[in-house]
Design a protein. Structure first.
Length: 320
């Protein structure tokens, strides 16, 4: 009987400790660093694409998050099961459903490495999904109920919260083109008023990165088509294309893909269908594309200049 009483007391004590576990509520400020790994993406262009500044402030309460950095404010709202994006120069509130990210988790790695960040002992974990690897330094003392984010697949945050039940104080996101890191430089455990998470009263629209990009523009009179017609040596087609017997004409279309950087200059032009066209036609198409005057650069999020991949067909035709 005495043994049963002790077991019951132990059970009640454990339940009481679980019930008393306090969720983190407060404000965290991170130092943010972005780094390009590609010669094609400058640090400036990377900043524009990510919309991030040098710092990020996150307000946290009961599974709701408000992130403010650079030209972007992001709201994660549990009751809506949505994430909302507000870009400074746009009068629209864009959103995605929590379950919209369908990338598969490839690997979860727990590391022996530990770090002290902002006075908290942090463990580390890496979650690999799609082409990204995200390493988090999380503080077990800063509890967050994983139920809040169990459906939040955005960047597979559901997996992170399930594995750690904690707030992260450091992170490193890496893929083949760039890395983004953040380290807590100030943490304040304090009450956060509910109005912090009130959404701006703006028209709402589903987020689409393609819709937020304004393509580059060739501003010279007549556009890029006239530039090509004026500068291509069409006699090269006559030299290297033969009209089949019984036909009146013959043509080949060279498809050229090239990058227009944030300054409007063309680089890395290449023929994507080189096996289907005569090499002399491919050579001529590349010569003219690479000699193009500067373009008006593409913009993203309303005003930020960015890089843009362009693809154009260039047709050589010979007639009798």
């Amino acid at each position: 009987m005495k043994k049963a009483t002790i077991s019951l007391f132990t059970l009640l004590l454990c339940m009481s400790l679980i019930a008393q576990q306090k969720e983190f509520e407060g404000i965290i400020i991170y130092k943010v660093e972005t780094k390009s790994k590609s010669e094609l993406i400058s640090e400036k262009a990377l900043k524009s694409m990510t919309a991030l500044g040098n710092d990020m402030t996150i307000f946290i309460k009961k599974g709701n998050y408000k992130q403010v950095s650079g030209i972007l404010t992001t709201y994660y709202i549990t009751k809506d099961q949505k994430v909302y994006y507000k870009f400074n120069s746009l009068d629209t509130l864009y959103y995605l459903g929590y379950s919209s990210d369908t990338t598969k988790v490839k690997k979860i790695t727990r590391h022996d490495e530990e770090r002290n960040i902002a006075g908290f002992e942090c463990k580390s974990i890496t979650i690999e999904s799609g082409g990204d690897a995200r390493k988090y330094y999380y503080a077990p003392d800063l509890y967050m109920n994983p139920d809040y984010d169990k459906n939040n697949t955005i960047e597979r945050y559901d997996v992170y919260t399930k594995e750690t039940s904690s707030i992260y104080l450091g992170y490193l996101q890496e893929n083949k083109n760039y890395s983004i890191s953040g380290t807590c430089k100030k943490l304040q455990q304090t009450d956060v008023i509910d109005s912090t998470f009130e959404l701006p009263h703006l028209p709402q629209k589903k987020f689409s990165i393609e819709e937020l990009i304004t393509p580059p523009e060739f501003t010279r009179s007549g556009g890029f088509t006239k530039y090509l017609q004026t500068n291509l040596d069409m006699e090269i087609g006559a030299k290297h294309l033969k009209i089949p017997k019984g036909e009146e004409k013959v043509s080949q279309t060279v498809i050229v893909q090239f990058l227009i950087n944030e300054f409007g200059r063309i680089s890395t032009a290449e023929v994507v269908n080189k096996k289907e066209v005569h090499p002399k036609l491919a050579e001529e198409a590349l010569r003219v594309v690479n000699g193009s005057p500067p373009w008006k650069p593409a913009t993203i999020y309303g005003s930020e200049k960015t890089i843009f991949w362009q693809k154009v067909p260039i047709t050589f035709q010979v007639s009798k």
